[in-house]
Design a protein around this ligand. Structure first.
Ligand code: CP
Ligand code: NVA
Length: 304
């Protein structure tokens, strides 16, 4: 039995298998074919933070594949205090075929995995967002026709999304730059783990976004204040003021460069309307692909 808590749980071959399954299922769906490979299977989703894309993509993926999805807030599931986390994990895991968890602390997911007798998928924690990064490289592969050499320049905070993209790009041998203000780099433990696991990693830092995007195939950004960091928003808005993805920054990149954002976006802060809605933006393909990737992850984890 496998879990997907962080991308460190996967090998490059695992990633290629998940992307291939998602590609196959997306092609079938385009022909109106939704094979019921998860018929009668139950996915339980427990979330401690809001979600549109992640929750909907896993719900829809289960419907398309013939199964069912059940949702609990962390409060309703009793994750914090009604009973022990270990007991919740054993109860939910005993009844479900797979679980998606969205938490603040990543250790909640790790502890849950110790006790859950079925696969657990991280649907976002403060530190990681693996399904998002898998979707993003799935989308890059679809748009550019291949992954080889494709460079993402992430302009913004070294947060859960940036960290997951950094792990995946390093694992797959792809170049990636994080252009961020000093002090907003990746979590040091995750950065050290990337260096240890992938000594040939081409992940780099820059503090100059205009320079960093010069050879970008993709410019990617995310919110400056993630869920749980709302109290820091003012300070962060000031720190990131020179890191907005706007028409001027996009013009500094090659004309073939695409724009990506995991969403939700704070239009007018990390990205302008003209970039979000412009011809180089692939953000809504990216959000649709969350579902196709969710299918690939579920089918792969459940060996269906
Ligand atoms: N990108 C993403 O995970 O969106 P939600 O927070 O809406 O799930
Ligand atoms: N970094 C963002 C991602 C939201 C999908 C957050 O954690 O709020």
């Amino acid at each position: 039995m496998r879990h997907l808590t962080t991308l460190f749980d996967l090998t490059a071959d695992d990633v290629r298998a998940i992307l291939a399954r998602a590609t196959e299922l997306k092609a079938l769906a385009a022909k109106g074919d939704r094979p019921a490979v998860l018929k009668n299977r139950v996915l339980t989703q427990i979330y401690d933070k809001p979600s549109l894309r992640t929750r909907l993509s896993f719900d829809a993926a289960m419907v398309h594949l013939g199964g069912e999805s059940v949702f609990f807030t962390a409060q309703d599931a009793g994750l914090y205090g009604r009973e022990s986390l270990a007991d919740v994990a054993r109860v939910v895991g005993g009844i479900s075929d797979a679980i998606v968890l969205r938490t603040f602390s990543h250790t909640t997911i790790e502890e849950f995995c110790e006790w859950a007798p079925c696969p657990v998928i991280n649907g976002l924690s403060d530190d990681y967002h693996p399904c998002q990064a898998l979707t993003d490289y799935f989308t890059v592969q679809e748009v550019f026709g291949e992954l080889s050499g494709q460079k993402i320049v992430f302009v913004g905070d070294g947060n859960n999304v940036a960290a997951s993209l950094a792990i995946l790009s390093s694992m797959l041998g792809l170049p990636m730059t994080l252009a961020c203000p000093v002090g907003y780099e990746l979590n040091e433990t995750i950065f050290a783990e990337i260096r240890k696991c992938y000594p040939d990693s081409q992940f780099m830092y820059s503090h100059d976004p205009m320079e960093a995007v010069k050879d970008a195939d993709v410019i990617y950004t995310d919110v400056w204040a993630s869920m749980g960091q709302e109290a820091e928003a003012q300070k962060r808005n000031a720190a990131f003021a020179g890191f907005q993805v706007n028409a001027k920054l996009l013009a500094a990149a090659p004309s073939t460069c695409r724009f990506m954002h995991d969403l939700p976006a704070r239009r007018g802060l990390e990205v302008t309307d003209e970039v979000m809605d412009g011809e180089q933006s692939i953000v809504f393909l990216q959000s649709e692909n969350r579902m196709h990737l969710a299918k690939g992850v579920l089918a792969w984890l459940l060996e269906a």
